[in-house]
Design a protein around this ligand. Structure first.
Ligand SMILES: Cc1cc2nc3c(=O)[nH]c(=O)nc-3n(C[C@H](O)[C@H](O)[C@H](O)COP(=O)(O)OP(=O)(O)OC[C@H]3O[C@@H](n4cnc5c(N)ncnc54)[C@H](O)[C@@H]3O)c2cc1C
Length: 313
C-alpha cells in the first residue's frame, strides 16, 4: 500500500520539502496498522501527517514512512455530540456546524489543517482552544507490538497551551495516530454562528499573510508573568489574553525591527511578524536559518527566549 518517493512539498502549506521514502494515505484503522507494519518491515520510522499546516519538512525529505490521515466523516450522536474523523478539515467541520446549527467552534474560523492536527497541538485562537469542546479521542499507538485503538478521555489527553498527551508522546518517539474525536456542542442560531466564524476569517485575512505559503505563527506567544516589570511596562498596550495573559510575539519581533528580515527566499512577514513566509522558492534550510536569527536577536535584545510553536522536522 506504500507509494515510493512522494514529494512532501505537495502536502505542505509552506510548499517546501523533499520526498518521503514511502507514503500512505490511510482511511481506516486497518490501513493505518498495515502501513505501520510495512514501516517496521522496512526498518523505517513513521511520521504522521495531517494537513501539513504546522510543519517544516526538510529539503532532503524524510527517510521514513509518512502516513497521512484520511479519516473522514462527521456524525451526530445523542445530546448534541459530534464524532469527527481526524482527517476532516477544520473548515469542513465549521461548515457542518453552520449547516446544522452547532455552536462552540466559532473561534476556529479560518484555522487551517485537520481536526487530528488541531487536537495534537491543542490549536487555539481568539480565546478558544480545541480542548474546550472535546470529550474524548480515539487513537492508536502505531509503534506498539500489536497496535490497538484506545479511547482517551479529556483528562487523559493532558492538554496544555499548544500541547497534548499525543504531542508529548511524539516528542518521546511514540507514534500515536489520532483516528477520531468526540466533541460536545451546543445548539445555536445558524446566522449568528456563521457571522461569528466569518468575523474570524475576515480578521485573519486582514492580519495574516495568507497570500504567501506559510505555516502560521512560528513562535508561541510569551507568558506575561515571565516578563520583567520593565518589559511589562514597555509592552502594556499590546498585552492580550489568549487563552491566558500573553505578550504577542509578533509585537516583540515588530519592536525589534525584524520585519522583512530575509534569508534567501524566506522573509519575516511585514504583515504579521510572527509569520515567516516563503516569498520566493525558499528552502527549509533558509526558513530554519531565519527562524534561528529571529530567536537569537530577540534573546539578545530583550532576554526573552522564544519557543517554537511549529514543528521543524
Ligand atoms: C495561516 C495559518 C494560520 C494558523 N493559525 C493558527 C492559530 O490561530 N492557532 C493555532 O493553534 N494554530 C494555527 N496554525 C497552525 C496550524 O494550522 C494548526 O496547528 C493545525 O491544527 C495543524 O493541523 P494539521 O492537520 O495541518 O497538522 P500538521 O501540520 O499536518 O501536523 C502537525 C503535527 O500534528 C501531528 N498530527 C497531525 N495529524 C495527526 C493525527 N491524526 N494523529 C496524530 N498526530 C497528528 C503531526 O505528526 C505533526 O507533528 C495556523 C497555520 C496557518 C498556516
Amino acid at each position: 500500500m506504500l507509494e515510493e518517493n512522494v514529494y512532501l512539498s505537495d502536502h505542505s502549506n509552506f510548499k517546501i520539502g523533499g520526498p518521503a521514502k514511502f507514503f500512505a494515505l490511510v482511511k481506516t484503522e486497518g490501513e493505518a496498522v498495515q502501513a505501520a507494519r510495512e514501516a517496521k518491515e522496512k526498518g523505517l520510522p513513521i511520521f504522521i501527517l495531517g494537513g501539513g499546516t504546522n510543519i517544516l519538512i526538510p529539503d532532503e525529505g524524510l527517510e521514513a514512512v509518512v502516513i497521512k490521515t484520511g479519516f473522514g466523516g462527521i456524525s451526530l450522536e445523542e445530546g448534541n455530540k459530534l464524532r469527527v474523523g481526524s482527517g476532516v478539515l477544520v473548515s469542513d467541520l465549521l461548515n457542518f456546524c453552520i449547516e446544522n446549527e452547532f455552536s462552540g467552534f466559532e473561534w476556529a474560523g479560518g484555522l487551517p489543517g485537520t481536526v487530528g492536527g488541531a487536537v495534537f497541538g491543542n490549536a487555539g485562537a481568539f480565546g478558544g482552544e480545541i480542548k474546550d469542546n472535546l470529550l474524548s479521542v480515539k487513537a492508536i499507538d502505531l509503534g506498539a507490538e500489536k497496535p490497538k485503538m484506545e479511547t482517551y478521555d479529556h483528562g487523559q489527553c493532558c492538554f496544555e497551551y499548544r500541547n497534548s498527551f499525543f504531542k508529548k508522546n511524539s516528542l518521546n518517539g511514540k507514534r500515536m495516530m489520532i483516528l477520531e474525536v468526540l466533541f460536545q456542542m451546543q445548539k445555536g442560531n445558524r446566522e449568528e454562528i456563521k457571522e461569528r466564524i466569518q468575523e474570524k476569517i475576515d480578521y485573519r485575512e486582514s492580519r495574516q499573510p495568507l497570500e504567501y505559503p506559510n505555516i502560521g505563527s512560528i513562535f508561541k506567544n510569551i507568558s506575561w508573568d515571565s516578563l520583567s516589570g520593565e518589559l511589562q511596562e514597555k509592552f502594556k498596550d499590546v498585552k492580550k489574553t489568549d487563552p491566558f495573559d500573553v505578550l504577542p510575539t509578533a509585537a516583540v519581533i515588530h519592536d525589534a525591527g525584524l520585519k522583512e528580515m530575509r534569508v534567501g527566499g524566506a522573509m519575516v512577514s511585514p504583515k504579521h511578524p510572527n509569520f515567516i513566509i516563503n516569498f520566493d522558492r525558499a528552502t527549509a534550510k533558509e526558513i530554519n536559518e531565519l527562524a534561528n536569527k529571529v530567536k537569537e536577536k530577540i534573546e539578545e535584545m530583550y532576554g526573552i527566549e522564544l519557543e517554537r510553536e511549529v514543528i521543524f522536522l
